[in-house]
Design a protein around this ligand. Structure first.
Ligand code: NI
Ligand code: MN
Length: 226
């Protein structure tokens, strides 16, 4: 399985048969190197409705007949816009690509729609099981103690953690989170897209290393194989 970072919180997870994209903020994302027209997902996973996560989800879903998976209120809003969606909450669901466990994230969720701000339900993260690998995308969140339980079903192979601060964990909290999660590999996200979330991801990865944890900075459009 291949994990591609698109910048901010956007990642593609590519298996033999499926292309999942999480939080597809591409057009208008200052750190993205590709356009929404260049990706062809089969599934689009949304952690919440903020514009830097919802991104190009509707356009991508329509252009690729891709299924949007999201917290129920956000999924219902997407469906009302005419695309396929699957609403869920903090539970586990089997999909053709594998298993999807929605997990909490301490954050808000609203949707900007024609000048109005709509309630988006709860924000979330995802623990995904694809081709026998377990990937945790934390979404936007502060640190919380139950991160220690995320690997209770299976050890997490790769954790994608926000480090930008202000809206989410900063590098100090993300380091403590990474220790609780105990993933085989931790990749930082949600930094340097905007001045308010400026951080040094390499310093974060160095600190992970000093704690005996593997980390890797992925530049936009770089990928790893799991
Ligand atoms: Ni947000
Ligand atoms: Mn965000």
């Amino acid at each position: 399985m291949k994990i591609i970072y698109h910048g901010h919180a956007a990642f593609s997870l590519i298996t033999g048969d499926f292309h999942l994209i999480i939080d597809p903020f591409l057009n208008g994302n200052p750190s993205a190197k590709i356009k929404a027209e260049d990706v062809h997902p089969s599934h689009i996973l949304l952690t919440h409705g903020h514009s830097d996560h919802l991104g190009d989800a509707l356009e991508l879903a329509a252009a690729n007949q891709a299924l949007i998976i999201a917290p129920t209120e956000l999924a219902n809003w997407c469906a009302a816009k005419g695309v396929q969606s699957h609403g869920m909450y903090m539970g586990r669901m089997k999909f053709p690509f594998g298993c999807c466990l929605m997990v909490p994230a301490f954050h808000g969720s609203s949707i900007k729609d024609n000048g109005q701000t709509l309630y988006g339900g709860l924000a979330c993260g995802y623990v995904l099981e694809l081709e026998g690998k377990i990937i945790y995308h934390a979404g936007d969140t502060g640190i919380f103690g139950d991160m220690a339980n995320l690997s209770r079903r299976a050890k997490i192979d790769c954790a994608l953690l926000p480090i930008g601060g202000n809206y989410t964990m900063d590098p100090i909290d993300a380091l403590a989170a990474a220790k609780m999660i105990g993933a085989a590999l931790t990749i930082p996200m949600h930094y340097n897209t905007f001045p308010i979330i400026r951080q040094d991801p390499h310093a974060f990865v160095d600190r992970l290393g000093k704690q005996g944890l593997a980390g890797q900075v992925l530049e936009p459009e770089k990928s790893i194989e799991l």
